[in-house]
Design a protein around this ligand. Structure first.
Ligand code: NAD
Length: 458
């Protein structure tokens, strides 16, 4: 049942891309206000709406989501802030196309399920709307080329909303990398190591830990994300781990990923969760389901300049949250544990630490090398989601549009990061066989200069 639903959803999304759409000429210009549409107003869409409601330089023109509850919750936020009611498009999964026909929208936030990202992103660019794309991984490798080709043809920019690139400790480490404290970077690690069992299943009414249903009977991410675990086996969510180290390794800007190999462990965690949950048990219909996604998936990546990266996807077992970052160079090494608080990490520089072979706690180092962007905006970011990083990623999107500047994370980053998912699936299916990672910049990575947070602007 779930497998059929998943395939139906996926082909529905694919069919939506094929819908004919006239290309609109895109003429970017400086703006004092950015007029916004929101495609998908689920939990993440609502976070972006909340972020925008704090600003005086945006308007919320329209929302599109087929789920009336999500639309209603988003409208409550807008009403509470005293903003005018936006136009609503909630007539089925393709009603977003009507939102895209509106000429009074400059840009859209896309916060939909992964299987919809391509349809939403491509249709938006073809309609001349600048795109803020929530993160995920591609359904198939070709999708990544479709993003690049469409953005190049339409000249409409798209920014992946990888908020972890803006985490305070990550940005302090980036600052230290750029100042040479780690020497030449040799190896990096990151991942998505987050127990999602209580997100992947619920009772269809409340989001977290409330039951063992998913698919049509699930609510929020349980309605769609879990089907990926049922039907796929790979690095399903690469960008939180990869994005931050990509900026440190200058990927697509002086460096490039060239090859990967992935392995998957066996799958036990989700099945066990269903058995152990008070609303589950051995007689629950979901107790017999076999999930294809391995509990721990590791992916090794080789870069053109000789560095290696290891990504870990670990979301089906009990464990505390940790993205597992490690950055290692000829002169220093950093490892984080936790959710980004300054003291949640180890660091070692042999020259400064008298060759002691002992870790120091990160706190004083991260404070000393706090990134100028964070220093300047810490107060503004304080009330924002995910420890403040949501402020920065959304602010970068809006400020770049207003000033008609290139996004710090662009379509080539999106394509390269999203490509990890289908390539890892293929590698796992071929017993770990290496897969070439396409160069989506067509060789231009050699000349493109680092742009992400090179100053204190965004
Ligand atoms: N960057 C982060 O920290 C972060 C955090 C959470 C989620 N996300 C990402 O955000 C995205 C959404 O996740 P979420 O937690 O909001 O999930 P969600 O299930 O709460 O929301 C998804 C919404 O998309 C809507 N939708 C489905 N098909 C649609 C269509 N055809 N047109 C318009 N809307 C449609 C659903 O009705 C739902 O309201 C995912 O890509 C997820 O990976 C990112």
């Amino acid at each position: 049942m779930y497998r059929r639903d998943f395939l139906q959803q996926t082909s529905l999304a694919a069919a939506a891309i094929a819908l004919p759409q006239a290309l609109r000429p895109f003429a970017p210009s400086k703006k004092s206000k950015v007029r916004l549409g929101f495609i998908a107003t689920g939990f993440r869409g609502q976070t972006h709406i909340e972020e925008m409601l704090k600003r005086s330089d945006v308007e919320i023109v329209a929302l599109a989501d087929p789920n009336p509850r999500m639309i209603s919750d988003a409208l409550k936020l807008i009403e509470k802030a005293g903003w005018p009611k936006p136009e609503i498009f909630q007539n089925g999964p393709n009603d977003y196309l009507k939102l895209l026909e509106k000429s009074d929208i400059d840009a859209v936030f896309v916060s939909s399920p992964w299987e919809w990202h391509l349809a939403h992103g491509i249709a938006s660019m073809k309609a001349g709307k600048i795109v803020a794309m929530e993160v995920g991984g591609a359904m198939q490798l070709e999708d990544c080329w479709t993003y690049v080709n469409t953005s190049e043809q339409t000249k409409v920019p798209i920014m992946p909303l990888e908020n972890v690139c803006y985490r305070r400790d990550v940005m302090a480490i980036l600052n230290m990398v750029r100042q040479g404290l780690f020497g030449e970077i040799i190896h990096a690690q990151g991942g998505y190591e987050h127990d999602l069992r209580g997100v992947l299943f619920n009772d269809g009414q409340s989001a977290y830990n409330s039951g063992v249903e998913f698919g049509e009977k699930g609510y929020s991410e349980a309605a769609w994300r879990t089907n990926h675990y049922l039907n796929r086996n790979g690095e399903l969510y690469p960008t939180h781990g990869l994005g931050p180290v990509a900026t440190m390794l200058n990927l697509n800007r002086g460096n490039s990923m060239i090859r990967l190999s992935s392995f998957s462990s066996k799958s036990r965690g989700l099945h066990q969760y269903i058995l152990d949950h008070p609303k589950g048990g051995t007689s629950h219909p979901n107790a017999d389901i076999e999930f294809k996604q391995g509990d721990v998936v590791t992916t090794q990546i080789l870069c053109a300049n000789g560095e290696t990266i290891i990504l870990t996807h670990d979301t089906s077992l009990q464990r505390p949250y940790n993205l597992g970052f490690r950055v290692q160079g000829t002169k220093g090494i950093w490892q984080d544990f936790g959710w980004g608080d300054p003291e949640q990490g180890h660091i070692y520089f042999e020259n400064q630490m008298m060759h002691s072979h002992r870790w120091e706690n990160t706190q004083s180092w991260l404070e000393q090398y706090d990134h100028p962007l964070w220093k300047q905006n810490a107060a503004a970011a304080q009330s924002s989601g995910h420890g403040g990083m949501d402020f920065f990623v959304d602010n970068a999107f809006i400020e770049c549009i207003k000033q008609n500047k290139p996004f710090p994370l662009d379509v080539y980053d999106l394509a390269a990061w999203y490509a990890i998912t289908p390539l890892s699936e293929k590698s796992i299916a071929q017993n770990g066989a290496p897969q070439e990672i396409p160069d989506f910049t067509n060789g231009n990575w050699r000349n493109r200069k680092p742009i992400f947070s090179v100053d204190a602007n965004y």
